[in-house]
Ligand binder design. Structure first.
Ligand code: GLC
Length: 426
């Protein structure tokens, strides 16, 4: 076990984490999100909507089965979205824009809270709908909060890890330069050196922000709204990824990789290093994986020491248009319960309940848990804004063009800055 919690740094840019880009321009046009006594008592079957479950243990099925076994009149039906976060987002937006009541509880990526809340699509979790968040990791509660109100109950959090082949690299690199220095080992073994997620979707925003943050850059400044990505540090971050593709240390096919493609490449023994979310700790151990017993995890590499992850994760929100909000509320409370959080942890999804990270039984199964807790505490959130879709598009489009060699790094960063600056006006 080489995830050394003692060397994980404080996020240099954690200042970005508070009350960000809280523009009010896209205010609610909705009148059904109030907490009337009637809506707080409406019970019946509900639909839970979440992106594809990629865990080895089938976490979502287990959660729903457990709930349904004790709630015969309030059964939860799963609507499974694609695993690509952007596609799941667009489908949920369509249903909510049309004020449809068919999606009761939504598993929202941390980056969607502000947009959905500002549009009036979510039931505020206060008064009759209050959820107890004591005991939940603070950044996860912040990620479900917008303008001081909780809109989504933390469900699972996420922090990136470096998966590495311990049979080939006994001491994992702590810096990007050290990792690139190890790429000769990949060549000798005829495998690719490093991959993250580089297809043009949300995962690319995650990987780009980790590169930029590692080099001391940031998308927005400490006020959370001023675009600050036009900096030498951000250029250096994007350049490191562009160089990786140019010199072949990142294999060419990685330009098409989302989480599962990169996971499969690692599990079929084709990569020395992989940046991915903790769920891979479970899937890479499964039967058929070529790397069973041959991998371990370390913190993401940084510039002069280990790096910091982008904060990921999913929170459970009640649709303003749900007809069974009382059941929906009980279900999201259940998701934060210790019983449910243990199921979540069992699938190598990082739980939001702080105590589980110190639980000896779980640590025996997942020795990286204490260090992951610290990594999540230090993780850097993406910009919090109702205009996030335009922000991430500016990041993805320009990073992708630079990785493909269609734009210089200089131009890509200049255009990214312009795109983030005008995100609110589109
Ligand atoms: C993971 C993270 C989520 C992120 C997504 C990007 O699902 O939990 O926050 O946006 O990956 O692909």
């Amino acid at each position: 076990m080489s995830l050394r919690s003692s060397v994980l740094p404080k996020a240099v840019l954690a200042a970005v984490s508070v009350a960000l880009l809280t523009a009010t321009a896209c205010s609610s046009d909705d009148d059904s999100s109030g907490s009337s006594a009637e809506s707080a008592t409406a019970r019946g079957p509900i639909t839970y909507v979440e992106g594809k479950d990629t865990t080895e243990t089938g976490v979502v099925r287990q959660l729903i089965d457990q709930w349904n076994s004790t709630h015969p009149d309030e059964e939860v039906t799963l609507k499974e979205e694609p695993s690509d976060a952007d596609q799941a987002h667009d489908d949920m937006v369509q249903h909510l824009q049309a004020k449809e009541s068919d999606y009761d509880v939504l598993a929202l990526d941390v980056i969607w809270t502000a947009e959905f809340a500002a549009k009036g699509w979510l039931q505020p979790l206060k008064d009759d709908f209050a959820v107890d968040t004591a005991g939940l990791l603070e950044p996860t509660v912040a990620s479900g909060t917008y303008n001081g109100t909780l809109y989504a109950a933390p469900k699972n959090t996420n922090g990136g890890l470096l998966f590495y082949r311990k049979d080939l690299v006994p001491n994992p690199p702590t810096t990007w330069a050290e990792m690139m220095g190890d790429c000769g080992i990949a060549k000798q073994n005829n495998i690719g050196c490093y991959s993250g997620q580089f297809a043009a979707y949300e995962g690319l925003t995650v990987n780009t922000s980790e590169g930029i943050n590692a080099n001391g850059g940031a998308f927005v400044g400490p006020d959370g709204r001023t675009a600050t990505v036009d900096s030498p540090q951000a250029r250096a971050g994007l350049q490191s990824l562009v160089d990786g593709f140019k010199d072949g240390n990142i294999p060419a096919e990685a330009i098409t990789f989302k989480e599962q493609d990169s996971q499969q490449a690692f599990e079929s023994g084709k990569l020395l290093f992989l940046r991915n979310w903790p769920y891979v700790y479970g899937t890479a151990a499964k039967e058929g994986s070529q790397v069973q017993g041959k991998y371990d995890v370390a913190p993401l590499p940084g510039v002069s020491g280990v790096g910091t992850s982008t904060l990921g994760g999913y929170n459970a929100a009640i649709s303003a248009y749900s007809d069974h909000k009382a059941t929906a509320l009980d279900f999201i409370k259940y998701l934060t319960s210790e019983q449910a959080q243990r199921i979540i942890a069992g699938g190598s999804l990082p739980p939001v309940l702080g105590s589980l990270y110190d639980d000896p039984e779980l640590i025996a199964q997942m020795p990286y848990l204490p260090a992951l807790k610290q990594s999540i505490a230090n993780a850097v959130p993406r910009p919090v804004t109702p205009y996030y879709p335009a922000v991430t598009k500016a990041v993805q489009d320009n990073a992708y063009a630079a990785l493909k060699g269609e734009k210089s790094v200089d131009q890509a960063i200049t255009d990214m800055q312009a795109g983030i600056e005008t995100a609110g006006s589109k």
